[in-house]
Ligand binder design. Structure first.
Ligand code: FAD
Length: 341
């Protein structure tokens, strides 16, 4: 019997290159799991310039960075990718039975027939607050690494941070949570003015609170959080909390590719530009993390690389199929997969 892999292809990285790879592989019915150490899709667009307009995406005179990320996720949704956010891929091992085993720092083991590295400039890791006992509450599930506002219903939520992400999440959490408190060291935010206005309106309406200071302690039993101690302005206060959302920015970890026996240097992985295969057969690299003569670190190059990579993956995994290149404008088969026919 055919072996049940977790996916045909594991894609490491949910930046623009990794997202578009789902589409290109989906054309050939290849199912993908997409892993990203961030709690959401978008890679550099989400982390470095979420509010910026982009002017060089073909067919768009201008498109906002997060708008493009949202559009890509919508475009690939018909292919049903499984996202594993908040997990960093640490190990990629060839299996004696064929294919690969991909391990994450979250303890997940995925098996697949090919791996696509769309690791960009490195793995974004959410910064951890330095509070005694945090690990126990992380293990107990009280610290939310992947933001899901629907999972906050009825919870007392404490958000840490004063940037765009912190404000966005505090605002979104206010819809469902029993209470929301934003803990920030001062009454001033490094965030888009519209977000600041919206947050201050919610505070004025009594739907969120601002606690000025820094978190210095956690209360709770058996990994179940009940409160956060906040010290600031010369006082210590206890804030009710059953869910903690640290939004303190990210660090970049470039160590991954160096550990994968790919001759990578500074996170860049040499590939054959005809196939985007690395020196390890069955492992491919695209996007900013791929290195070949003439490589440009641009979004549109990642899209082109995804298309060529998908052909090479198809040749490897479906050697007996005819090399058909479906035109999306006229392929009824593809249009059925997309659900438009
Ligand atoms: P990334 O966007 O870097 O995404 C890689 C993802 O992989 C990340 O989310 C990371 O967390 C994840 N990852 C890495 N390693 C692991 C691991 N081991 N496990 C799990 N996850 C992992 N390009 C343009 O074309 N036009 C522009 O106008 C433009 N403006 C820019 C402005 C700025 C300020 C910056 C910084 C870049 C700009 N770029 C622009 C470049 C563009 O953002 C990149 O080319 C693009 O993001 C590369 O996409 P990618 O998918 O290869 O990688």
């Amino acid at each position: 019997a055919a072996e049940a892999f977790s996916a045909d292809v594991v894609i490491v990285g949910a930046g623009p290159a990794g997202l578009f790879a789902v589409f290109q592989l989906g054309l050939y019915d290849l199912r993908c799991v997409v892993v990203d150490s961030l709690g959401h899709a978008g890679g550099q667009l989400a982390e470095y310039y979420p509010d910026k307009p982009i002017y060089d995406v073909p067919g768009h005179t201008v498109i906002g960075a997060l708008e493009l990320v949202g559009a890509l996720q919508k475009q690939v949704a018909p292919f049903g990718p499984v996202y594993r956010f908040g997990e960093r891929v640490d190990r990629i091992a060839a299996r004696t039975a064929g294919g690969f085993e991909v391990d994450t720092d979250g303890g997940t083991k995925l098996t697949c027939r090919a791996v696509v590295l769309a690791t960009g400039g490195g793995a974004f890791r959410p910064k951890r607050p330095e509070i005694d006992g945090l690990a126990g509450f992380e293990a107990g599930g009280s610290v939310m690494a992947v933001f899901d506002p629907t999972a906050l219903a009825g919870h007392d939520v404490v958000v840490l941070g004063g940037g765009d992400v912190a404000l966005e999440r505090a605002i979104a959490a206010a819809e469902a949570a029993a209470s929301v408190t934003l803990v920030h060291r001062r009454d001033d935010f490094q965030a888009a003015p519209a977000l600041v206005v919206r947050f201050r309106t919610l505070v004025a309406e009594g739907r969120t609170r601002l606690a000025i200071g820094r978190p210095v302690g956690l209360e709770g039993v058996d990994g179940r959080l009940s409160g956060v101690l906040v010290r600031g302005l010369g006082v210590e206060q206890r804030v009710a909390a059953t869910r903690l959302l640290p939004c303190l920015g990210t660090d970049l970890d470039r160590t991954g590719p160096a550990a994968w026996d790919l001759d990578a240097s500074d996170g860049r992985i040499p590939v054959d530009p005809a196939s985007f295969e690395t020196r390890r057969p069955g492992i491919f690299a695209i996007g900013d993390g791929a290195l070949y003569p003439g490589k440009l670190p641009l979004i549109l190059c990642g899209f082109h690389e995804a298309a060529l990579m998908a052909q090479a993956v198809r040749r490897r995994l479906q050697p007996r199929t005819r090399p058909i290149l479906p035109y999306s404008s006229s392929s009824s088969d593809l249009q059925r997969k997309l659900g438009v026919r």
